[in-house]
Each structure stands twice: as C-alpha cells, then as structure tokens.
Design a protein around this ligand. Structure first.
Ligand code: GDD
Ligand code: MN
Length: 384
C-alpha cells in the first residue's frame, strides 16, 4: 500500500479545524475519481485545538483501508495560509496539485470536475470560481462580500489579472508551471501570486458555490488584509514590464500627454475639494491657508498619479521618489508663474479677452509642464 507514486497531491492547510478535519478528509476520499491515485497533505500550524493529533490518529486508521495516502506536515506556529500552501507544494509528489480549505467552503465534489477539466480544456491551471456564471457565495455577510469584491477589483485593475475570481482559495495546477518561480507567500492569496508570476499558461475557471463554514471561525483578520495590500504592492512593483505593442512614437507621446492632462484635471478637483474642506468643513482656516493646503495636496496627488500611471515608473526607492517629487513641485510652481505672467501679458499688452487669455495661458503652462516633467523629472526621451 502506498507504493505507487501519487498523480495528484491535495493540499489542505489547517489551523484550529478539529471540528471539520476528519469529515473533510473522508469527503475528499469519497470524491477521488476511480483509477486516480492521490496523496492528501494536511499542513497544520500546531493548532491549539489539537487538529494535528486528530489527523495523526486518523492517518493510522486510514492507511489500513485505503490506497490513497494522507500525510501531515506539522509546522511550529501559525505562519499564514499562503506559506502553508507553499510548504505543502514543496512536499508534494504528484504532478497535479489541488489546493483547498478544510472547512467545507470548498466542496470536495468539485475535485473530479477539476481533474476532468485538465483533460477537457488542455489547461495548466483550473480555478474553482465564485464569480463566473453558475458560481455563488452562501452565508457571507454583506461586508465580507464587499471586501472580497474590492480585493478582486484591486487585483484585476492593479495587477492586470484577467481571471474572474483571482481571490479563490480553491484551485488546481500542473506542478511544472511553477518550476522556476520564487514565491513570497505573504498572507492568504497564493493563487494571485501564481497568476502574476506564471507566464503563458492556460487557465480554466469552473463554477462552484462557496458555502460559509458551519464549524469554527474564519482566520482572516486585519493582519491578513494588511498582508494582502503588501503582497499586491510587491507584485505590482516586481511585475512583468508591460509589452508595448504600439510602435509609433507620436502615439506614445500623445497618450502620455493625454494622461498627464487628465491627471492635471483630477488635481484641479483635489485642489478645490481640499480648499473648501479646510475653509468650511473640517476646520475654519483662513481661506488662503486652506488654499495652500489644497495646492500642496493636488501637487502631491498629481505627482503620484503621473509617476504610477502617466510615466509608469515602478521604482519607489525613497531617494528617487523624493528627488522626483521635488522637481515636480518646482515645475508646478514654475507653471503657475508662467501662467500668471502670460495672462497679464496677453490681457495688458495685447488686449486679448480674459477668458481667451486664460485658456491660452493654462494650455501653455500645462504643456510646458508636461515637457519638463517628461524630460527632467522622469528622464524620458522627449519623443518616445
Ligand atoms: N496551516 C495554516 N496556517 N492554515 C491556515 C492558516 C494558517 O496560518 N490560516 C488559515 N488556514 C486554513 C484554515 O484552517 C482553512 O482550512 C483555510 O486555511 C481557509 O481559512 P479560513 O479562515 O476558513 O478562510 P476564509 O474562509 O475566511 O477564506 C477562504 O475563502 C476565500 C474565498 O474563496 C480562503 O480560502 C481564502 O483564501 C479565499 O480567498
Ligand atoms: Mn473558510
């Protein structure tokens, strides 16, 4: 018994799951398709409720009746879900890996469908998805649903992930797709890191209904959420450089200019709102002081947006960022002076109507600002 090499490794991380673990192991076993040989790897973080001991006992009985095997990895302390998954993967012998929770939120009857999907769709990664048609969530509070949606949106927009449910904790993949990858395994979202770091893989999402656990409680806490933001940020910074498909320089130049002016417009909004807030809302500052705050705030948001979006500069080292911020503020102030001077000059010496002069002056200042920042703050060639 247990001589054959397993084809599929099922990884089940646990922390305080004494009320669920035996039932889930049984249910997993019942759902393994005939003819497929599996190993189930429980990764327990020294659960205070004795989950690890329960599994040990179960294994010693189980081995006598089944061909599939169950193993347990005991870790010293609660070290996070992602790192538990990674530990499981490192010990897995199968060339297909399935990752799932131990609290019945991920129904084991999906396992055969996952295994089938590899064959049917010739894919390397199968994701059990709540957010495609046929998928659902049961028993979550509105707050938790909202959190999940927001996290999903951040992943999709921020990391350019095309999957409907990149936050899923229920997925299966061919082990060879992670061969040369290094994982940080921060927090909960192992799948997201996998999606960002793998290149050119075929992904298939299959629907399932997530049911909130009946026993025990979720281990997701504030710390997990902070870790989520940390890991998204890390993935973003180290992310693959975008493949540029547009080759005409004129298009690059214009699209960057368009972004720069859009950011400028948003700065106008920030400036206005902050200035009003400090005058009438939060405090009753003298309106000039309030306006100074508005200006500083809008320069700062403009700077960040231009760095991240317009010029797509991902180097956030302190020295570089501060230097850039200094230059950007300088050019912004310079732009204001140019604008004032030009309005005065047009109206006073050329009798141009004020509204027209204003438009001319603002455009000139915005354009020269764009050129200066492109060339000197973000050190790009002028025409690319
Ligand atoms: N070893 C170990 N160490 N296991 C952990 C740890 C840990 O630090 N934290 C959680 N687990 C185990 C739990 O015992 C459970 O089996 C599984 O990981 C999921 O933890 P839950 O606390 O039940 O998470 P959840 O239900 O709030 O969130 C789940 O569903 C989300 C939506 O699909 C997770 O699977 C998330 O990854 C997923 O995004
Ligand atoms: Mn759960």
């Amino acid at each position: 018994m247990g001589q054959k090499n397993p084809q599929v490794s099922i990884i089940v991380p646990t922390y305080n799951e004494s009320q669920n673990i035996v039932e889930i192991l049984k249910s997993i076993h019942e759902n393994i398709p005939k003819g497929i040989y599996t190993e189930t790897i429980v990764v327990d973080d020294n659960s205070p409720d004795g989950t690890g001991k329960i599994v040990e006992e179960y294994i010693s009985n189980f081995l006598k009746i089944a061909e599939n095997t169950i193993n347990i990895i005991h870790r010293k302390a609660k070290n996070g879900l992602s790192s538990a998954i990674l530990n499981g993967i490192q010990n897995a012998k199968g060339d297909t890996i399935i990752v799932m929770d131990s609290d019945f939120s991920h129904p084991p009857h999906i396992i055969p469908k996952m295994i089938e999907a590899f064959k049917q769709y010739q894919c390397d990664l199968v994701i059990a998805s709540r957010y495609i048609s046929g998928g659902n969530i049961q028993g979550w509070t509105t707050k938790r649903k909202l959190m999940s949606k927001v996290a999903t949106l951040i992943a999709k927009k921020g990391l350019n992930v095309k999957i409907k449910d990149p936050m899923s904790g229920f997925f299966a993949f061919k082990k060879n797709i992670i061969k040369e990858l290094h994982f940080d395994a921060l927090g909960y979202k192992f799948l997201l890191e996998l999606l960002v770091k793998t290149k050119e893989i075929n992904v298939k999402e299959i629907p399932y209904t997530f049911e909130n656990r009946k026993f025990g409680s979720s281990k997701l806490d504030g710390y997990t959420i902070i870790n989520y933001f940390k890991s998204v940020w890390k993935l973003y910074k180290n992310g693959k450089t975008k493949i540029i498909t547009e080759k005409r320089n004129s298009v690059h130049f214009l699209s960057k200019a368009a972004r720069f002016f859009t950011v400028g417009l948003s700065g106008f909004g920030v400036n206005y709102i902050i200035s009003m807030l400090f005058t009438f809302g939060l405090t009753d500052f003298w309106y000039i002081h309030a306006n100074i705050f508005g200006i500083i705030a809008s320069i700062s948001t403009n700077f960040m947006l231009n760095k991240i979006w317009t010029f797509e500069d991902k180097d956030f080292s302190r020295k570089r960022t501060l230097t850039q911020y200094g230059k950007f503020s300088l050019f912004s102030s310079l732009g204001a002076l140019v604008q004032l001077g030009m309005v005065f000059w047009l109206v006073d010496s050329h009798n141009v109507a004020y509204p027209v002069a204003l438009i001319l002056a603002i455009s000139t200042a915005a354009f020269s600002n764009f050129i200066l920042n492109k060339r000197l703050t973000f050190k790009e060639k002028l025409w690319n």
